[in-house]
Write a protein that binds this ligand. Structure first.
Ligand SMILES: CC(C)(COP(=O)(O)OP(=O)(O)OC[C@H]1O[C@@H](n2cnc3c(N)ncnc32)[C@H](O)[C@@H]1OP(=O)(O)O)[C@@H](O)C(=O)NCCC(=O)NCCS
Length: 324
C-alpha cells in the first residue's frame, strides 16, 4: 500500500471564511476537522497518484517497472478524456502498460479490487497498480448554495499493488459489488453532459449545475442500510462473522455513517479505521488511504482479516475481505 495527500491543510474554520458554516456544524454531523487541497493550479488526480504508486511499490518490494497493469478509480479525472490511468502510466515511465479507468465513485476502489483480483487469479497480469485518486477541490461550490457538499470532500490518492500470493491463506478473499441507477440523481453532477446540445452553457454555469448536487438525507439512509447488508453478504458467503474481523476499513464519507454501520454489524469502534477527521471524503482514494495509514500506524498487521465497505454515487456499493 502507498498513499499521498497534498500539503495544503484546509480546516473547517478556513471554510467558514468562504461561506456560512462552522467547525461545530461540520464536526458534529460528519466528524471532519480538516482536509487537504492541492497547493496550486495544474495538479491533477494523476499527479497525486505518482508518489502513492512509488510508495506502494517500495512497500511491496518491487520496482515501478514491474507493474504490468494499471487500474485508476476516480470521479475527478484530470480530463474528460483520456483517463487518468494513461496519464499516470506516462508519468511513471510505463509505455505500453495497459491502463483501465474505473468510474464508480466512492465504490471505485472495491470495483477495481474485484477486477484486479480476477486478473491476477486468471494469470492475466502479475503486478496490478490499483489506484484511487481524486482532486475534488477544483470542482466544489464554495458558496452558501454548495456548502452541504463542499464541506465533505478532500484531495488525495492511494495505491495497492495486487499480485499473486505465495501463501494461500493471505490475499483477497472476496469482493462483492452492487449498483442501483435509480439513485443516480441523488448524488451527481448534471453538467457538462453529452445528452445536452451544447454540453455546457453559460446558463448551466450561472445556475451552478456544474457542481455536485446531493440529497444528503437519502444518501445517509441508503449508506447505513446497504453497507451493513453487503458486509453481511460477503462475510456470510465465506463462512465468517463480524466477530472474525480484526479491522474494518470503511469508505470515509461520514464518521457517523461508519459508527452506525459498525454498530449494526456489532464491530466495536476500536476495530474501525477512521481518518476522515484529517482528510474528509477522498472518494475512490478513501479506502486505500485508510488501509495504508492503518498499516503505517501498526493498526493493521500481517495475517489480519480486513473488512472493506463502501457506498456512493450511482448508487454503487460493495464490501470486500482481505487477509493481509
Ligand atoms: C450532508 C449531511 C452532513 C447533512 O446533514 P443533515 O443533518 O442531513 O443536514 P440537513 O441537510 O438536514 O441540513 C440541516 C441544516 O443545516 C444547513 N446546512 C447544510 N450544510 C451546511 C453547512 N455546511 N454548514 C452549516 N449549515 C449547513 C442546511 O441548510 C439546513 O438548514 P435548515 O434547517 O435551516 O434548512 C448529511 O446528510 C450526510 O452526511 N449525508 C451523507 C452524505 C455523504 O456521505 N455523501 C457522500 C457519500 S459517498
Amino acid at each position: 500500500m502507498g498513499h499521498y495527500v497534498p500539503s495544503k491543510v484546509v480546516t473547517n474554520d478556513d471554510l467558514a471564511q468562504m461561506f456560512d458554516t462552522s467547525d461545530e456544524w461540520i464536526r458534529q454531523r460528519t466528524g471532519i476537522q480538516e482536509r487537504r487541497f492541492i497547493e496550486e493550479d495544474g495538479i491533477g488526480a494523476s499527479d497525486l497518484a505518482v508518489p502513492a504508486v512509488k510508495m506502494a511499490c517500495k512497500n511491496a518490494g518491487i520496482e515501478v517497472s514491474d507493474i504490468d497493469a494499471i487500474i485508476f478509480a476516480t470521479l475527478s479525472p484530470d480530463y474528460t478524456f483520456p483517463g487518468s490511468g494513461v496519464l499516470v502510466g506516462d508519468k511513471l515511465g510505463l509505455p505500453g502498460v495497459p491502463a483501465l479507468d474505473i468510474r464508480n465513485q466512492c465504490s471505485g476502489f472495491l470495483y477495481g479490487l474485484q477486477v484486479a483480483d480476477a486478473w491476477v487469479r486468471c494469470g492475466m497480469y502479475k503486478r496490478v497498480a490499483l489506484i484511487g485518486g481524486e482532486v475534488h477541490s477544483t470542482g466544489l461550490d464554495f458558496s452558501n448554495e454548495g456548502r452541504d457538499v463542499a464541506v465533505l470532500f478532500g484531495d488525495g490518492a492511494a495505491c495497492a499493488i495486487i499480485g499473486p500470493s505465495e501463501d494461500d491463506a493471505r490475499g483477497v478473499i472476496d469482493v462483492k459489488v452492487h449498483a442501483d441507477g435509480s439513485g443516480a440523481k441523488l448524488l451527481w453532477i448534471e453538467a457538462p453532459a453529452s445528452n445536452r446540445m451544447p454540453r455546457i452553457t453559460h446558463e448551466m454555469i450561472d445556475e451552478r449545475r456544474v457542481y455536485p448536487q446531493m440529497n444528503g438525507k437519502q444518501v445517509f439512509r441508503w449508506a447505513t442500510s446497504k453497507m451493513p447488508e453487503v458486509s453481511l453478504e460477503v462475510l456470510g458467503r465465506n463462512g465468517l462473522t463480524a466477530a472474525d474481523i480484526d479491522l474494518m476499513v470503511p469508505h470515509q464519507a461520514n464518521a457517523r455513517i461508519n459508527e452506525f454501520v459498525a454498530g449494526k454489524l456489532g464491530i466495536p469502534p476500536e476495530k474501525v479505521m477512521q481518518n476522515i477527521h484529517k482528510y474528509g471524503n477522498t472518494t475512490a482514494a478513501s479506502i486505500p488511504l485508510a488501509l495504508s495509514e492503518a498499516i503505517q500506524e501498526g493498526r493493521a498487521r500481517k495475517g489480519d482479516l480486513i473488512l472493506f465497505a463502501a457506498f456512493g454515487s450511482g448508487f454503487t456499493w460493495g464490501a470486500g475481505l482481505v487477509r493481509l
